[in-house]
Write a protein that binds this ligand. Structure first.
Ligand code: ADP
Ligand code: TRP
Length: 325
């Protein structure tokens, strides 16, 4: 039995890249026998960049609704909002006092922004310590993350080990499990799809808005009666991730044809229809959940109570080892 834990920042509504690259694989992992999963919405981490309370709240609901709509089993597993278990902040303080300043000064998350120190808040500086607390508080054994989180995981291991060295065996030292890089969903401009590049596709938008986003996919100027290159086309690149092999072959033939009157607009329309058909259930469920925030709150609170039970035990051990009990 492995305890798996991961956090999802609530910086926006999950887009197609997040869904295919993170949500669906994590849900698959949670269904494997013997895995006990804690997945949480890292809203306290989002506070390092988002100060608008309504936005933080809305994003957290959207992240929760997306995970539930894609079938994450919250009865079997634990799904919670980080801020609903404030024990993590207490643990962060203890860990702050064990963390060498130079290690944090060396973190990419800080260094990338450190050119203009007046823009850096202390929360951003200690971001890796809060992440360590997230992980160590729940005796997590395996932490699935993107490769960009490798340094944070390494810091967590260093902090956990140094605590264990100082106070005796207390924390489980976690292993990172990196997402395979094979799933790289491109955005509407051909670069990696990301909230930060404004090139994402939000499948949860109403049809009209979703279609508009898809019609915005960047293509070259090859005309309707000319053959088109599937290798370089952004629409085809996205279509083939979701379509089955027959659909892909049919689309490939349309790209190869000349004098067919088939243009990129038609390809985009087919991609739009594919998304609508493929995610019909998930889109409907997402919208139902977003209309029922009380239900989301109830489920998140239930998750937080389960998480709190584990956190209290670990924190109790930590306090007594540090002389606070
Ligand atoms: P964003 O770049 O939109 O801010 P995040 O950094 O919040 O996305 O990513 C959350 C998770 O979603 C990451 O761990 C990563 O595995 C996955 N992810 C994000 N963008 C993509 C993408 N374009 N293709 C595949 N997976 C992605
Ligand atoms: N920093 C992670 C990210 O940006 C999110 C996160 C916060 C996290 N706490 C965590 C991931 C604990 C794994 C474990 O993706």
């Amino acid at each position: 039995m492995s305890r798996i834990l991961t956090g999802i920042q609530s910086t926006g509504v999950p887009h197609l890249g997040n869904i295919l690259g993170a949500i669906m694989p994590a849900i698959k992992l949670s269904k494997e026998a013997g895995n006990d999963c804690l997945f949480f919405i890292a809203d306290l981490h989002s506070l390092t960049t988002i100060k608008d309370a309504d936005k933080i709240k809305h994003n957290s609901y959207a992240v929760a609704a997306a995970w539930l709509a894609f079938g994450f089993d919250i009865e079997k597993n634990i799904f919670y909002r980080q801020s609903d278990v404030p024990a993590v902040c207490e643990l962060q303080w203890y860990l702050n006092c064990m963390t060498p300043f130079p290690m944090l000064a060396n973190a990419h998350s800080f260094k990338d922004k450190s050119e203009k120190l007046s823009d850096v808040n202390a929360g951003l500086f200690t971001y890796p310590v809060l992440m360590s607390a997230d992980i160590l508080l729940y005796d997590a054994e395996i932490v699935p993350v993107g490769k960009d989180q490798e340094q944070h995981l390494e810091m967590t291991r260093v902090i956990g080990r140094s605590f264990n060295h100082q106070y005796g065996e207390t924390f489980v030292i976690p292993e990172a499990k990196f997402h395979t890089e094979t799933m790289h969903v491109q955005g509407t401009d051909g670069n990696k799809m990301s909230k930060s590049y404004d090139n994402f596709i939000d499948i949860f938008l109403p049809d009209k808005k979703l279609r508009k986003q898809i019609m915005g996919i960047v293509t070259d100027s090859t005309g309707v009666d000319e053959a088109k290159d599937t290798e370089t086309c952004n629409v085809f690149g996205l279509y083939k991730i979701l379509a089955d092999s027959d659909q892909i072959e049919a689309m490939r033939a349309k790209y190869a044809a000349t004098n067919s009157g088939f243009g990129y607009g038609h390809a985009k329309q087919e991609f739009f229809e594919l998304i609508v058909a493929k995610f019909e259930k998930e889109r409907a469920r997402f919208n139902e959940l977003m209309e029922d925030k009380d239900l989301l709150d109830t489920e998140l609170k239930k998750g937080a109570a389960k998480a709190q039970a584990i956190a209290s035990e670990v924190l109790g051990k930590v306090r007594s080892k540090m002389g606070f009990k």
